[in-house]
Design a protein around this ligand. Structure first.
Ligand SMILES: [Zn+2]
Length: 235
């Protein structure tokens, strides 16, 4: 099963929605598929063990997973990036910020696979995107925005399609009722503050977080709430 969201965006995986249920505590992230009008592209890909279920969801929605050309990783944490090598072996280009690329190539501490008592399968080849770098795919432009804080390597991808600016923000912004993930080795409150201020300066039209619900309008409210969560515990 999959779910159409706004325009070209579809939810095809996500443990919070039981899209693909895992009986181990991976908290598999939301996996989004964007139909650019030509290639299909993914944002994050789950922990790995859920990939066959995600591909089944894509088939059920009428697409051929062989038409997926790129997966964009928001960061190296296993629930987001664990399936990347499996996708790469099936001719999907893995896109990531430089720090994520380094982490998934080695499969080290930054993938937090120790949380799940699993081994992260290192990704042999990753295409790095610098802060502000854009790539054009079909009718969409995908721009990488480095968003450190939740982890040092966190990146968001701004997708402009049909005049709408959508941000796939990984774990940088979550629904107001959800707690921030902080028990990660490279969590950095100061960097996080700067990231949230930067997002608040120019909020996107739509926010697609890595876990839980989506913010389909008035995203400044969610970003502001995330900022308040951070400031409450820094005081
Ligand atoms: Zn994370």
């Amino acid at each position: 099963m999959g779910m159409r969201l706004i325009g070209p965006v579809h939810l095809v995986g996500g443990q919070d929605y039981n899209m693909v249920y895992l009986d181990w505590p991976a908290n598999d992230c939301n996996t989004y598929l964007v139909n650019t009008g030509d290639p299909l592209i993914l944002f994050d890909c789950g922990c790995g063990e859920s990939l066959s279920g995600i591909l089944e969801n894509i088939r059920e929605m009428g697409w051929d997973p062989r038409d997926i050309t790129h997966v964009f990783l928001t960061h190296a944490h296993m629930p987001h990036a664990g399936a990347a090598e499996d996708l790469r072996r099936n001719d999907v280009e893995v896109m990531a910020g430089p720090a994520t690329a380094e982490a998934v190539r080695t499969g080290g501490l930054a993938t937090v696979s120790y949380h799940y008592h699993r081994r992260f399968i290192p990704v042999e080849e990753v295409t790095e995107m610098a802060d502000g770098e854009e790539v054009e795919l079909g009718a969409c432009v995908v721009k990488a925005l480095h968003l450190p804080g939740h982890s040092a390597d966190s990146v968001g991808y701004e997708v402009i399609c049909d005049g709408r600016r959508m941000l796939f923000c990984g774990d940088a912004v979550r629904a107001p009722g959800l707690e921030q993930f902080r028990d990660r080795p490279d969590y950095d409150a100061d960097a996080y503050l700067e990231t949230l201020k930067r997002l608040l300066d120019d909020p996107p039209d739509v926010l697609y977080p890595g876990h839980g619900p989506f913010c389909l309008s008035k995203t400044a409210h969610w970003i502001g709430e995330e900022l308040k969560k951070l400031l409450r515990t820094r005081a």
